[in-house]
Design a protein around this ligand. Structure first.
Ligand code: ADP
Ligand code: ZN
Length: 721
């Protein structure tokens, strides 16, 4: 190759041509450094016929500067990157960048310096040093990472190095991961589990694209089954990717994996330390890391030799990324399996309607685990009609649920209360003048957090201390909290059951692996009587003595008219219900609602999953919603409202008039102000047959907007705000 076309990691630059200097060997997929004016850019060598750009005459080509010492991105991965960019109408370079993960990892192995406590504890310490000593117990990392962990300046830590409190450690970036051992602790599967496991194992041996939907009730042992396929892939020296919807679930998963395979898997997520990131990326790209567990960003890593993908809790909406490249990791995972020619297992107790439909159509092979492992039964589900059995004034837990909790406490069993709302109260107002606290940057109320004594916006992170007096009328001591969040429920539990030991599980309290680990250990050792949590507690946990689940407000998710509101509510409640009665003692679920007649609630109460899917399927069919029709959203935003509106109108005014596509809007988005940007939205509803992406590109590409305007396309949107 003498002349190359690069996909440059910069969306504004896109594609650039270069000359290959004498003596440099490159191939398609090589990651190279190229000159750009006085600067340097990174790029991937791509097949020139697949990228459009202006031809540059030979004489004007500048030579490449070097090749990074990393394996070239495989053709399979390059095709996946193209597919993703094309399908989600995203810049190719933004998708490709997700394959890199870490720029520094490209530079190759070597060593780096990290720091850790020496154990020396001087008699006298400044308060900052004392705080750092506390925060850094058992930690190791760069000065920057440790400073962040301890919330002190770099200078404080450097001073501590000088004083002998911290010591430098040389870390080998390429030190190998201990290998997982497929024979370490093989489980005794029951017949149904064995049957499922055999099918997955065969598929791994087959090395062909094979998508599976593993549909197993909560506690049926889905993990045990797909672990057998993982074991087979390890025996074949191939790699496995396990995608989890949230980092919070990895802690639990790590422990189960270690139990089965003797060592933890390799982790990949956004909050890895930089040295761990480099190490993991290199081991993945060289094929040395065998089992990688991660959040959605692990999907685009350059696996050398992938043999199996598992997407656990595959119905979870957090697989959909809602900023940057707006892709659905579950769907792209299936495409990756296709390009790699390998099996993929989508595991869930409450599969997404789209996945069910694909199974029904014969695209996915459906494998069922219809009963719980070890004779445990599914919990009894009862409705608590709040219109008839109202909680006491100022309370949120109805008497029957209170009684049930008291009963469990007396028996030494555990209860779980689920409310998917962080903080103390979703709205705060002034009793005197009615003033409501609103976010200055978003169309949203500020949520009171008593824990941190602040009012916070859950959309942009804006925070302010709770004031003494109303900022509008100046009256003191007049603020009222409206409605419950989990913190308020925790307060109520403390009043009802003062002797109970409680745990509050939300992203505010469980924000480190250590905190999650501690919670799990305490719950398992029965040091917790009542767990109060958001959706964070609905999945993955297995506490045998948890026998009661109370759903504080089943109607919450049904508000707002979201396309998937019914499905999401069903999934969330079925999942949290699935935490009850997983051991020998049977479980009970009490669902508080004002709408017992709603299809979702009735289906949950009757344990009639098929009826729910059937009703939901019909509703979607009527609405032309996925999987029967398709949706796309165009979000137009600007800090200037008039500018955003005029851009949105310009888009609306040039909308194509096609028989298989309906364009709605522009209208103000439900969250019409978000992070200081005014937002307008157009919704497109298309038939399955429509060439949605092509139409969108031809429609939007020629339009030009002022610099301050952002136009985002969201294909198959999950968020309708
Ligand atoms: P699911 O993911 O389907 O909810 P899990 O995989 O979490 O179910 O399994 C539920 C519990 O049952 C776990 O504690 C798991 O270890 C246990 N279990 C399932 N199958 C077996 C088996 N064959 N042998 C031993 N324990 C099992
Ligand atoms: Zn805000």
């Amino acid at each position: 190759m003498q002349r190359v076309r690069l996909l440059v990691f910069n969306a504004a630059l896109g594609v650039l041509d270069y000359r290959v200097p004498e003596g440099m060997t490159i191939e398609f997929g090589s990651i190279v450094v190229a000159p750009l004016g006085p600067r340097q850019v990174l790029g991937v060598v791509w097949e020139p016929e697949r990228l459009n750009t202006q031809e540059v005459p030979e004489s004007k080509l500048r030579p490449l500067l070097g090749v990074m010492p990393a394996p070239p991105l495989s053709e399979r991965l390059r095709r996946l990157i193209e597919w993703t960019a094309d399908y989600y109408c995203a810049p190719l370079s933004s998708v490709a960048r997700m394959a890199l993960g870490s720029i520094s990892a490209l530079r190759g192995g070597g060593t780096t310096t990290e720091y850790r406590l020496t154990g020396v504890e001087p008699a006298r310490l400044t308060p900052q040093r004392a705080a750092a000593l506390d925060a850094l117990q058992g930690e190791q990392g760069s000065i920057r990472e440790l400073a962040e962990l301890a919330s002190v300046s770099d200078g404080v830590l450097r001073g501590m190095v000088g004083a002998g409190l911290l010591e430098a450690v040389t870390v080998d970036l390429d030190r190998p991961y201990p290998p997982a051992r497929p024979e370490f602790a093989e489980p005794q599967l029951n017949d149904i589990q064995q049957h499922a496991a055999d099918i997955f194992v065969e598929a791994v041996k087959d090395k062909k694209f094979a998508p599976f939907l593993l549909d197993g009730v909560t506690g049926s042992g889905k993990t045990e089954c797909y672990f057998e396929a993982v074991a087979e892939a390890i025996r074949m020296e191939r790699q496995v990717l396990v995608l989890l919807p949230e980092i919070a679930l990895t802690e639990n998963f790590l422990r189960r994996f270690e139990h089965r395979f003797g060592v933890p898997p390799v982790l990949w997520h956004s909050s890895l330390k930089s040295s761990e990131r480099r190490r993991a990326w290199r081991a993945v790209s060289l094929g040395a890391a065998k089992v990688i567990v991660g959040a959605r960003s692990a999907l685009f890593l350059p696996y050398a030799n992938l043999g199996l993908i598992v997407v656990d809790e595959a119905h979870e909406i957090s697989f959909k990324q809602d900023d940057g490249v707006r892709y659905n990791a579950r769907d792209v995972a299936v495409m990756r399996a296709k390009f790699e020619g390998i099996p993929i297992v989508l595991a869930s107790a409450t599969p997404a309607l789209e996945s069910m439909q694909l199974a029904e159509a014969g695209v996915y092979r459906k494998i069922d685990l219809p009963s719980r492992f070890g004779g445990a039964t599914l919990p009894a589900i009862n409705i608590l009609d709040l219109r008839e059995e109202a909680p006491e004034r100022g309370r949120w837990i109805a008497p029957k649920l209170v009684e049930a909790m008291k009963d469990r406490l007396a028996k030494g069993e555990q209860s779980l209360l689920f409310l998917n709302r962080r903080g103390y109260a979703p709205l705060t107002l002034c009793r005197n003048c009615g003033y409501r606290f609103q976010c200055p940057n978003c169309t949203a109320w500020l949520v009171e957090h008593r824990f941190s004594k602040r009012l916070a916006c859950h959309h942009c992170g804006h925070e302010t201390p709770v004031p003494e007096a109303c900022p509008d009328c100046g009256t003191g001591d007049c603020l009222v909290a409206c409605g419950p969040g989990v913190e308020r429920i925790a307060d109520e539990v403390a009043e009802i059951l003062p002797e109970a030991r409680t745990a509050l599980v939300t992203s505010d309290t469980m924000n480190t692996p250590a905190a999650i680990g501690e919670f799990v250990a305490m719950a398992e050792n029965k040091a917790i009587d009542v767990i109060i949590g958001t959706q964070l507690v609905t999945k993955g946990y297995h506490f045998p003595d948890l026998t009661l689940v109370g759903v504080v407000d089943a109607d919450l998710g049904l508000e707002g008219g979201d396309l998937r509101a019914g499905e999401r509510t069903y999934q969330q409640i079925a999942q949290v219900a699935g935490r009850a009665g997983r051991g020998e003692k049977p479980g009970e679920v009490l669902i508080q609602t004002r709408h017992p007649e709603a299809a979702v609630i009735a289906a949950l109460a009757n344990g009639d999953r098929d009826a729910f899917y059937a009703a939901e399927t019909e509703a979607r069919r009527d609405a032309g919603a996925p999987p029967f029709g398709r949706w796309a959203a165009i979000i137009v935003s600007s800090e200037d409202q008039a500018e955003a509106l005029s851009a949105a109108r310009a888009i609306g005014g040039t909308a194509p008039n096609l028989p298989d596509m309906l364009v709605l809007g522009p209208a103000p988005a439900p969250l019409s102000l978000l992070r200081g940007r005014h937002r307008f939205r157009l919704l497109i509803n298309a038939r399955r047959s429509a060439e949605l992406q092509k139409t969108l590109r031809e429609w939007l590409d020629p339009l030009e907007f002022p610099r301050g305007v952002r136009v985002n396309i969201d294909i198959d949107p999950y968020s309708f705000v």
